[in-house]
Design a protein around this ligand. Sequence first.
Ligand SMILES: Cc1cc2nc3c(=O)[nH]c(=O)nc-3n(C[C@H](O)[C@H](O)[C@H](O)COP(=O)(O)OP(=O)(O)OC[C@H]3O[C@@H](n4cnc5c(N)ncnc54)[C@H](O)[C@@H]3O)c2cc1C
Ligand code: SF4
Length: 564
Amino acid sequence: MQSRSGATVYDVCIVGSGAGGGMAAHALTKAGARVALLEAGQMWDPIKDGAMLKWPYDSPRRGASTREKPFGEFDGCIGGWQIDGEPYTTAPGTRFDWWRARMLGGRTNHWGRISLRFGPYDFTRKSRDGLGDDWPITYDDVKPWYDEVDRLVGIFGSAEGLPNEPDGIFHPPPVPRCFERLASNAAKKLGLTVIPSRLSIITKPHNGRAPCHYCGQCNRGCMTHSNFSSTGVLIPPAMKTGRLTLVADAMAREVTVGRDGLANGVSYIDKKTGRDTHLSARIVVLAASACETARLLLNSKSSTFPNGLANSSGTVGKYLTDTTGTDVAGFIPKMMDMPPHNEDGVGGMHIYMPWWLDNSKLDFPRGYHIETWGGRGLPGAGFMGGIHRYPKGGGYGASLKDDYRRYYGSTIGFSGRGEMIPNGDSYCEIDPNVVDQYGIPVLRFHWKWTDAEYNQVKHMQETFRAIIAEMGGQVFSPMPTKEQGYGIANGGAIIHELGGARMGNNPKTSVVNANCQAHDVKNLFVTDGSPFVSQADKNPTWTILALSMRTSDFIARQRKTGAL
Ligand SMILES: Cc1cc2nc3c(=O)[nH]c(=O)nc-3n(C[C@H](O)[C@H](O)[C@H](O)COP(=O)(O)OP(=O)(O)OC[C@H]3O[C@@H](n4cnc5c(N)ncnc54)[C@H](O)[C@@H]3O)c2cc1C
Ligand code: SF4
């Protein structure tokens, strides 16, 4: 279909091709819509561009990290903590880190694949402890969509019947490795719950994709599409429908609005030519990642929407949260001098420790889960974090090599990932004085942790130290003090930023409704992490995928009835 000026008018324009945008593109093209997908980054194909099978000696840098590749030069994500020409700012006193991808598939190319459903309690937290807000939907509303995501994408795990850790439709999980068995035994002795991990990696053939062959390099992008990435699992079938037009290197600047107050397309910078371009569509779906979506809405000002689009409540950019996080690592003497043995596995943990305690007996609300790392992964530059940290480690020549062999695989680490309560001091807004290289105003972040989060990470630190002691190990670092925030990571650093366009039934206090449809603009939807009302202690992407699928289904049904 063409507009009067002759330009193509798409049924739907999606901004961003990561988890939320890739899923929307998949579901909407399958439902018959003609979709244009705008992606600020470049094209990327895990088969051609991934480094899954590279050895460290294939590079003179041995895979060490660079400014462009902070997680190592073989990492599958183009982007990082800083992007040249695309700054963001922080208010005085704020420590906030923002990881942005700029590539087809976004952060799904290298994410950890920890794929957890939010549980029934996670949607109704305010009713349970009076803090934050309830979601306008419950677990039962999302369950069918979690099931659909499990069936489409594939996930391994085990049915456990735990109250707030809903089971899914699982492939068999891989068995724990040596270090994971030892950690599991110690943690269980201390009363923790330990179950097989839940990762979106297939261990059986699935929808035409080969099962994992346990090379352990998931963060580089999987050349056999055995793990989930938008580029490997969602975009190719959407392309096959013939209804997806992919526009890479397209930096969306603004959602445009007609005289009727409805969205009529997206203006973007064609990064290859520098030209300001417009794409017309009947429906706009934003999935640029939580904070980029808030930025786009705030920058989409018009006479009808002078405070930014969908912002009559003034809450765009507000209720921003990130997962709380802290790590403890140690050395376990009984894992030294191991005979060479096969510890191949997936590129992530094989065990998972969900939240196991009752908050009424603790000095913080909500909970956290524990991720375990260690073992005999492929050594690369900087592996083992410095031999001097091990007793008598170091020196030169043959004895140094011997030390590396002796200590290799004897490190263990634990990362806590917990729930933050949204607070009025943690939000993003447009910085009135700074624009990026395309002339687009940038975000300024404000961030404050409260005692709820500090006390939670203190508990994490104490727990991880207790597990390492129970394993007979030595911790590498002293317990961080209160003044050091008990080792809490900066806001944004755990890369689970959520909120900024939260959902709710009340248009005065929320941006989108229970279908992720803007209260103010009925043909505008959001399918990334910005509609989240609360964090949960679960990594968010499985919920982003389920909600994106649910919203896409709503759009498809509305299109059928002619309501959109
Ligand atoms: C190292 C790492 C490990 C992680 N591990 C896990 C994990 O184990 N489990 C989990 O649940 N989550 C994990 N996450 C988080 C997970 O990656 C995100 O939750 C998820 O990718 C968010 O999906 P999204 O679609 O909102 O954003 P993204 O995947 O970031 O995609 C957004 C896309 O939008 C594009 N874009 C942005 N702005 C514009 C614009 N103006 N115009 C056009 N395009 C734009 C970007 O280029 C990007 O491609 C991890 C993240 C990282 C970085
Ligand atoms: S561990 Fe499995 S899923 Fe991960 S990159 Fe290797 S083959 Fe792919």
